[in-house]
Ligand binder design. Structure first.
Ligand SMILES: Cc1cc2nc3c(=O)[nH]c(=O)nc-3n(C[C@H](O)[C@H](O)[C@H](O)COP(=O)(O)OP(=O)(O)OC[C@H]3O[C@@H](n4cnc5c(N)ncnc54)[C@H](O)[C@@H]3O)c2cc1C
Length: 302
């Protein structure tokens, strides 16, 4: 039985820990922060490979994660919703996008001005305050241990296998200058009774209804790593979202969140390097790729 320490208790670390436990490893998760204080907890957490370039590995992870969410939805896992989603396209396309193969029944329809076309599909969405708690509970039920602990270097973790799922901190911990923040800002409003999600991916605007509120997004500022509040930015997000979904006009603002996506030039890194398995750099798609990456991490652990 292999002894594994997973450094990182966000969505990447927790899903990896679950898959490793399912394969019979002894697993301890070390996390500097409570899961609810991670970037993962800020995510709108809709299944969609935001700003992730196509490659066969990413396509495999996205498809495996989509299937796993559909399975978990059937099983009634808490915090998961399935939303009819309209992806608005300004320019017409002839072929479906690369990620469409991961999703059952993507339909391309005519759009209405200023949009040329719309992609319609069903997208899983996680309410991360609930779902991360469920993931942490699954780790413990499967015999894993969770410890609040911050490493100075990955060498602090003495185990047969160490999974580096430290998100943005991997820039220092793995000495990887390709890792950088991409600041994201979302606004939460009362749900006026909508259940369909809408995205204008080119404009970076999205509306994700949840059970208790609606997530309005967003921003994606590559290289910006601060949490400074920005009321003008929040107002602009609301305005763009109301333009997409007029029912949102006047919806009471419940709060806002700012998070730093752990982006990486060249895409996510999931790779074994001696006894360390690196698993970071998921940018705006950590939830979308999580279970597929977790499968790969478990394969790499042997
Ligand atoms: C506004 C916003 C909206 C988003 N929307 C979506 C979306 O709709 N869909 C989607 O798929 N993704 C979305 N994302 C992206 C998603 O949140 C990230 O890709 C994902 O959370 C990354 O997960 P992670 O586990 O790698 O990192 P994190 O959640 O940042 O977790 C990193 C973990 O490492 C730990 N750690 C760091 N340093 C140390 C150390 N020295 N010692 C010990 N532990 C350490 C931290 O405590 C934490 O537990 C969004 C992000 C933002 C900000």
């Amino acid at each position: 039985m292999t002894d594994v320490i997973v450094v990182g208790g966000g969505v990447i670390g927790l899903t990896a820990a679950i898959r490793l436990l399912e394969r019979g490893h002894t697993v301890t998760v070390w996390s500097a922060d409570d899961p609810l204080d991670t970037v993962s907890a800020v995510a709108a957490a809709a299944w969609y490979p935001t700003r992730i370039d196509e490659n066969p590995q990413v396509a495999t992870w996205a498809a495996a994660t989509y299937r796993e969410f559909r399975r978990q939805l059937e099983a009634g896992v808490p915090g998961l919703l399935l939303r009819p989603t309209r992806n608005l396209l300004r320019e017409p396309i002839r072929e479906l996008p690369w990620w469409a193969g991961a999703v059952d029944g993507v339909q391309l329809r005519d759009g209405s001005h200023p949009y040329a076309q719309e992609l319609h599909f069903l997208a899983p969405l996680a309410e991360m305050d609930v779902y991360l708690g469920w993931l942490a509970g699954r780790v413990e039920e499967a015999g894993g241990r969770f410890e609040r602990r911050r490493v100075r270097t990955l060498a602090d973790a003495e185990a047969d296998v160490v999974v580096n799922a430290t998100g943005l901190a991997a820039r220092e911990l793995a000495g990887d200058p390709a890792v950088h923040p991409a600041r994201g800002h979302i606004v939460l409003v009362e749900n006026p009774g909508i259940s369909g999600a809408v995205r204008d991916s080119a404009g970076g605007t999205y509306v994700h209804p949840r059970s208790r509120d609606v997530v309005l997004g967003g921003t994606f500022e590559v290289g910006r790593g601060d949490f400074a509040p920005d009321p003008a930015e929040a107002a602009a997000i609301v305005e763009r979202c109301v333009a997409l979904v007029p029912e949102l006009a006047g919806a009471k603002v419940l709060g806002e969140r700012i998070g730093l996506r752990p982006s990486r030039h060249g895409g996510p890194r999931v790779e074994a390097c001696g006894k360390i398995i690196h698993a970071y750099g998921h940018g705006g798609a950590g939830m979308t790729l999580s279970w597929g990456c977790a499968d790969e991490i478990a394969d790499l652990a042997g």
